[in-house]
Design a protein around this ligand. Structure first.
Ligand SMILES: *[C@@H]1O[C@H](CO)[C@@H](O)[C@H](O)[C@H]1NC(C)=O
Ligand SMILES: *[C@@H]1O[C@H](CO)[C@@H](O)[C@H](O)[C@H]1NC(C)=O
Ligand SMILES: *[C@@H]1O[C@H](CO)[C@@H](O)[C@H](O)[C@H]1NC(C)=O
Length: 444
């Protein structure tokens, strides 16, 4: 992993463990954020009977409008991404991809222009095989033509799926299409499904090659609208963290798939858990939800600026599951600011139990790996609770609701002894709540 760290005004270049050679198209320095049609709107092509929900230019224009007018753009959501089912079944006589003429009557360039006019960016979907997953033309045999078509439409983001392709061809094919994208001269985020199809085929993905050629990639199953699906994804990234975590960094990210917050399948607590864990995972934040009807409490989760700041932390270090016992999990992600060789951390406590009462979890900062003698300023990222500055010996206690989460951040403090004038003006470093959190009732 290579990171550019700025400490006290000086820039230090560090290679931790190993230096990774990665795709350098200047994009996705933090995980991309936006809106993606698939999980919520699927392959609904029935504009006659369901004009408001079918895959059409109308749907994407409406979502772009709402991303801006409802405050999502201000919170960082930027890309409006089309998924499968936007195409005509046949290419043009000269071999070009053509958008469905009835559902995208003004064509893709016009949609792209509209989305850009809103200050947003435009993403599109294709597939490395002969067909997309839903049976529309794939890029195989037309790699250069299709890359050039996307550039001519001013596309900013390409998701390349892997249906109807041989997984063993992908080590050659995904880099080849990435090369074709690069050769257009138009910078486009490149989202690959390369590893997940190889894993399905029993192959070991070559992550050092994937990092070199893709800005993000899918490792695991498509998300579905259920807590069971979210749990299976959380388990995948926890159980495989030694393999996948080192591959994430600025410009190259593991993609655990879309946020389904605000749909039908997750409770309020479960929605908070998805948002918190996706931030710990340094995941792309791609909402797949109907922004016309989302309830305010779910919108507030998606727009939680403190959690988005964790997701978008400039170090780009993916977090890990550091504790798992009797249904309680603790996840931790190193973030900025840094002091000397100490990180700050985001810490998520997840309760996977279903016995209907909150579980108490009590743990010292030191046990969580927060060991700087200068202490940490700790705050809750959902509740408006500021714990003040705590020492590594301080025991914190949190109540975690069934299938819910508590997410905190602990910002490492500078050495106050060397900055006395500042310290003496900060009399309230210890919050009264601090005393309460020294009490251990159960848990560890
Ligand atoms: C794609 O189509 C070509 C031409 O019909 C065929 O030779 C090739 O085997 C197909 N590839 C896959 C992965 O199905
Ligand atoms: C193409 O690749 C080169 C070399 O990695 C890079 O410097 C350049 O920014 C890329 N251009 C685009 C448009 O992606
Ligand atoms: C993985 O890809 C890298 C970079 O393309 C290559 O040098 C290496 O030989 C590949 N490793 C395997 C096991 O194929």
């Amino acid at each position: 992993m290579s990171h550019l760290w700025t400490i006290g005004g000086s820039t230090v270049f560090l290679c931790l463990i190993q230096c990774i050679v990665s795709l350098e198209n200047g994009l996705a320095r933090t995980p991309p954020m936006g809106w993606l049609a698939w999980e919520r709107f699927r392959c609904n092509t029935d504009c006659k009977n369901d004009p408001e929900n079918c895959i059409s230019e109308r749907l994407f224009r409406t979502m772009a409008d709402l991303v801006v007018s409802e405050g999502y753009a201000a919170a960082g959501y930027e890309y409006i991404n089309v998924d499968d089912c936007w195409l005509e079944k046949e290419r043009s006589p000269t071999g070009q991809l053509v958008a469905d003429r009835a559902r995208f009557p003004r064509g893709i360039k016009s949609l792209s222009d509209y989305i850009h006019s809103k200050g947003l960016k435009f993403g599109i979907y294709e597939d490395y095989g002969n067909y997309t997953c839903a049976g529309y033309p794939g890029v195989l045999g037309y790699l250069q033509t299709d890359a050039e078509t996307f550039a001519s439409w001013d596309v900013d983001y390409v998701k390349l799926d892997g249906c109807y392709a041989h997984p063993s061809d992908m080590d050659r094919g995904y880099p080849e299409f990435g090369f074709n994208l690069n050769q257009t001269g138009k910078a486009m985020i490149y989202s690959c499904s390369w590893p997940v199809y190889q894993i399905y085929a029993g192959m070991q993905p070559n992550y050092s090659s994937i990092i070199q050629h893709c800005n993000l990639w899918r490792n695991f199953d498509d998300i579905q609208d259920s807590w069971a699906s979210v749990e299976s994804i959380i388990d995948y990234y926890g159980n495989n963290q030694d393999l996948v975590v080192p591959n994430a960094g600025p410009g190259h990210w593991n993609d655990p798939d879309m946020l389904i917050i605000g749909n039908f399948g997750l409770s309020y607590e479960q929605s908070k858990t998805q948002m918190a864990i996706w931030a710990i995972l340094a995941a792309p934040l791609l909402m797949s939800v109907d922004l016309r009807t989302i309830r305010p409490e779910y919108k507030a989760i998606l727009q939680n600026k403190k959690i988005i700041a964790v997701d978008q932390d400039p170090l780009g270090i993916q977090g890990r599951r550091i504790y798992k016992h009797k249904g309680i999990e603790i996840w931790s992600r190193p973030i900025t600011p840094l002091f000397q060789n100490y990180f700050s951390y985001a810490i998520a406590f997840v309760n996977r139990r279903t016995d209907g009462t909150p579980s108490d979890v009590a743990v010292t900062l030191k046990e969580l790996g927060l060991t700087s003698p200068t202490g940490y300023k700790v705050m809750d990222l959902y509740e408006d609770v500021d714990y003040g500055v705590l020492t590594p010996q301080t025991k914190i206690k949190v109540k975690v609701n069934p299938s819910g989460v508590v997410i905190l951040r602990g910002d490492v403090q500078p050495d106050y002894n060397r900055r006395l004038p500042f310290y003496t003006t900060q009399k309230t470093v210890y919050n009264p709540l601090n005393q309460v959190f020294r009490v251990r009732t159960n848990g560890f």
